[in-house]
Design a protein around this ligand. Structure first.
Ligand SMILES: *[C@@H]1O[C@H](CO)[C@@H](O)[C@H](O)[C@H]1NC(C)=O
Ligand SMILES: *[C@@H]1O[C@H](CO)[C@@H](O)[C@H](O)[C@H]1NC(C)=O
Ligand SMILES: *[C@@H]1O[C@H](CO)[C@@H](O)[C@H](O)[C@H]1NC(C)=O
Ligand SMILES: *[C@@H]1O[C@H](CO)[C@@H](O)[C@H](O)[C@H]1NC(C)=O
Length: 862
């Protein structure tokens, strides 16, 4: 069976499915819930659930309120996010849905916050609580007793989970569970159908234990959700989980459980009256037509259908004096489990009490259903659309519940069908063997689910069972669903492209607190950068990030720049150092010979020029080498008067190096720190000065260089005065030294051994969401402009600690006017400060482009 090809399986499936449908329609299946059909979305994505019925323990902001927690919806800020960071000791955040009436819920779907690429919060695990009356809340557990459900692994995929056992409830709460601090957002959907039985609880004596051939058979109600003391009260459980037991009560479809799992059973030894009384309570007064009891009848083990049942009805407060009683025909021939239908003769009631009389030593029930009014369950498969769960995937089987009135006919049919099936299977196997011999083609089994489906499917004919989860583990069934939702064009797995980025969830975390996950999750992308490939510079700095598309252009092997003879370089000083290399300031001779015609140095003939030489250590690993080559390819494409040029490379031998321009006045930060504004102080201290018009000239050049970068869709990610070099006559060229220079280590914020980030220059969305775009470069430009106009005398937000800067970022996100902006520098004219403020607009789209910035700076030239 394992080696069965998909083709053959599909073939078999095509034959089985119509047959099963035939059988399925012949049974009276509309009268009880069918978990494999009851899987329609209940209206989070489809909006049948109203905003007012969705609530939450808290919200991070108006735009992440509970009503935005709808699966597949991108409204507001894209999801529900609770206010506080969810910590292990604080797991009480929840998103609550009121379905307005009782529903049978078989499946849940969750999704994180993607928000068109800027969101990256999701719940890796969560729990579910539910309530039928809004006051008693019950924690959902799976059949193995586990409460925690595996949730999402990224912000965009929908993950569906079967609820085994299903939930019968009006209110459902999703409670994110995290084992380390992180921000969580959720979008959810519930799948199921209305609970037409209307049953709210049953009270019954505890199920008992049977010793059968020295084997213990536990006939307790293993999924009962009420109180269990001397009896079971106020709950629902196995008798309403939509799952019928097998003919042999010691067996079960459920994986890894004890014998007797599917049944609740009692022995006459403990019931001197000769009956077991079960009381059923309903949501309202109903007009009852029938009750169906699924009983075991394995008479060889002294288990039999009840001999007689007597039911009493209560409509208002009083029990009606006249009960209904019914005695099924005893069957000592056929040992199969069956539904026994009891007519309730249109009694009106909100509670029913039934006494089931023993006909042998044991009585075992696996389901009890009630039919009232004229309501019928839908049996048509829900239409398959996005957001709707698959109903016909292999592993789901229509329920085959056999009415005992039709039993004989059906048994005949069954036997015939089983014969046909066996014949078909034999033929198919035979053909397959021959095909294999002939073709010698090894067709690998594609999925195990198909095999599983076959075995369940064939068993489904011999018993009334509809269990879907005989797949060995939850994991497998969920992967099926993940496959069923193809990523849309907008969701091209950004995570594949992004590595080495810091985990955004760690940003807000106290850096001192150790997170057990952070070390194991190294390399797991949390940052949602939809279209950016990050290149980690060899010196530990990040180089320009480039759009993913241009990476194709870079994939060629050729180095598009000339080899430079190493011997012409003379070491002067070390500019910086990183994990994989160093940056040296060198003098180079005869540089002109190596340059394009369109490039001219601002030095006279035969003079040496200053160059920065970035070197890759000989022992650097392969990744670092590849990144180095990419960096060279990117740098070689940048040709602008305000961007540092790549002059040459040394690739013929180790250490690999790239040679870029350097400017005689060093970087802008140091340059301005050495200078003073024109005025009294400068006069008195005799310090060198820079006029305002020269400051503005420099800022305009930075804007111009950035305009060029942005026109190529290059994102700098670390624009700051420390990364701008100053030449003669206040010429400016933008470079990127990354964070390798000790001089500026204070400008970067280290996140738990991960990358360091220039948080004081970063936009809120870069810090919180890991989103780096031209608009975030614009933000950084605003800060750079501020630095320039304050002569770099202090760090931006110098009065705030790093943690406070990150808090301030949260205020920018919330936008409740509590965020702190950098103040207007003394010499900054109003229009320029206005320009600065516009760079820090919350909405990235409303920030000016570099073209506009460049234009405004030119227009305001003094
Ligand atoms: C059955 O389907 C119809 C239409 O699809 C829907 O209006 C109705 O609520 C469904 N009933 C149940 C019990 O799910
Ligand atoms: C039912 O019996 C099994 C086997 O002893 C036990 O593990 C389980 O906890 C019981 N369940 C309940 C709800 O009592
Ligand atoms: C209950 O339903 C049946 C069939 O629809 C109807 O004949 C009868 O009148 C109803 N009983 C009450 C009390 O409404
Ligand atoms: C239980 O049922 C068996 C078989 O019908 C019978 O022999 C036995 O006496 C019954 N025990 C009690 C206590 O009623």
């Amino acid at each position: 069976m394992k080696a069965r090809s998909r083709f053959e399986m599909n073939h078999l499936w095509k034959i089985i499915f119509p047959l099963s449908l035939l059988l399925y329609l012949s049974g009276n299946v509309k009268s009880q819930v069918n978990p494999s059909v009851c899987r329609s979305p209940l209206g989070m994505s489809g909006r049948q659930i109203l905003d007012e019925d969705i609530s939450a323990s808290s919200q991070w902001s108006e735009s992440t309120a509970a009503k935005y927690g709808r699966l597949d919806s991108e409204e507001g800020d894209g999801a529900w996010c609770p206010e506080s960071t969810i910590e292990p000791e604080n797991m009480n955040e929840f998103l609550q849905i009121d379905l307005r009436s009782l529903h049978f819920i078989t499946l849940v779907g969750t999704q994180g916050r993607h928000a068109g690429g800027i969101g990256n919060e999701f719940a890796q695990t969560y729990k579910i609580k539910y309530s039928r009356d809004g006051s008693r809340w019950i924690s959902w557990r799976n059949r193995q007793g586990k409460e925690v459900i595996e949730g999402n692994r990224n912000a965009y995929d929908i993950v569906l989970k079967d609820l085994e056992p299903p939930i019968i409830a009006r209110f459902v709460r999703f409670m994110p569970v995290i084992d380390h601090s992180m921000n969580v957002c959720m979008r959810v959907e519930l799948y199921g159908c209305e609970w037409l039985d209307g049953l709210v609880s049953y009270n019954a004596p505890l199920g008992q234990e049977m010793i059968l051939h020295d084997q213990e058979v536990y006939l307790n109600d293993s999924v009962y959700d009420g109180a269990i003391l001397y009896s079971m009260t106020e709950g629902l459980g196995q008798l309403t989980d939509g799952m019928c037991g097998l003919d042999d009560f010691t067996l079960s479809h459920v994986y890894n459980v004890w014998p007797g799992y599917d049944y609740v059973g009692w022995t006459n030894e403990s019931f001197p009256n000769g009956y077991v009384e079960i009381m059923f309570e309903f949501d309202r007064t109903r007009n009852f037509t029938t009750m169906k009891v699924h009983c075991n009848n394995m008479f060889s083990q002294r288990v039999k259908v009840f001999q007689k049942v007597v039911c009493y009805f209560r409509s208002d407060l009083d029990w009606e004096p006249t009960p209904v009683s019914f005695s099924p025909v005893m069957d000592d021939v056929n040992p199969s489990a069956r539904f026994v239908t009891v007519s309730l003769q249109n009694h009106m009631a909100s509670a029913i009490k039934c006494q089931y009389y023993f006909s042998d030593m044991w009585m075992m029930f696996s389901e009890i259903t009630f039919q009232s009014d004229t309501a019928m369950y839908n049996t048509t498969l829900a239409p398959r659309k996005t957001g709707a769960p698959p109903n016909t995937q292999p592993g789901d089987n229509p329920v085959h519940k056999v009415d005992d009135s039709n039993t004989r006919i059906l048994i005949g049919c069954l036997v015939a069908i089983i014969f046909i099936l066996v014949a078909i299977i034999v033929i198919i196997l035979w053909r397959q063997v021959w095909q294999k011999v002939l073709e010698k083609v090894s067709r690998r089994m594609l999925d195990d689910e198909l095999t599983a489906s076959l075995s369940i499917q064939s068993e489904a004919f011999s018993c009334n069972n509809n269990l879907t989860s005989s797949a060995p583990s939850e994991q497998e069934s969920s992967s099926t669903y993940e496959r069923i939702f193809p990523l849309g064009a907008d969701y091209q797995e950004p995570s594949r492209l992004v590595r080495k980025l810091p985990d955004v969830s760690q940003v807000s975390e106290d850096t001192a607190s150790k997170s057990p996950q952070s070390s194991t999750q190294e390399g797991v992308p949390h940052y949602a950068e939809a279209d950016i490939v990050n290149l980690q510079g060899v010196t530990g700095g990040n180089t320009y990030a480039v759009p993913a598309v241009t990476m194709d252009l870079l994939s060629g092997k050729d180095i598009p720049i000339e080899e430079f003879p190493r011997k012409l370089l003379t070491f002067k000083e070390k500019l910086g150092e990183g994990q994989f290399g160093e940056v040296h300031l060198c003098e180079a001779e005869d540089m002109e010979e190596f340059m394009d015609k369109d490039f001219s140095f601002d030095v006279s003939e035969n003079q040496t020029v200053l160059v920065a030489v970035k070197m890759l250590r000989a022992d650097a690993n392969k990744n670092a080498r590849n990144d180095f080559l990419k960096e060279i390819k990117i740098m070689s494409r940048l040709k602008d008067p305000n961007i540092i040029r790549l002059l040459g490379v040394c690739m013929s031998s180790d250490p690999l190096c790239m040679i870029t321009e350097y400017m005689e006045n060093g970087d802008l930060n140091q340059f301005l720190s050495r200078h003073e504004p024109e005025g009294m102080i400068a006069l008195l201290s005799n310090a060198p000065t820079v006029s305002y018009s020269n400051l503005q000239h420099m800022a305009t050049q930075i804007a111009s260089g950035m305009k060029y970068l942005s026109s190529l869709n290059f994102v700098h990610r670390d624009l700051a005065t420390r990364n701008c070099l100053v030449g003669k006559n206040y010429t400016i060229k933008i470079a990127d030294f990354g964070m390798s220079r000790n001089l500026y280590s204070g400008d970067y914020y280290r996140i738990q051994g991960r990358a360091v980030l220039p948080i004081r220059w970063m936009s809120w969305e870069s810090i919180l969401l890991g989103k780096f775009t031209t608009a975030s470069d614009v933000w950084a430009f605003g800060v750079t402009l501020w630095e320039t106009l304050t002569f770099c005398k202090e760090q931006p937000y110098s009065q705030l600690s790093d943690e406070q800067v990150i808090e301030n970022t949260g205020e920018f996100f919330r936008d409740q006017r509590r965020q702190i902006y950098l103040p207007q520098p003394a010499m900054c004219p109003d229009p320029i400060y206005k320009l600065m403020l516009s760079c820090w607009h919350r909405n990235a789209k409303e920030r000016p482009s570099f073209q506009e910035i460049h234009r405004v700076l030119l227009e305001n030239t003094p």
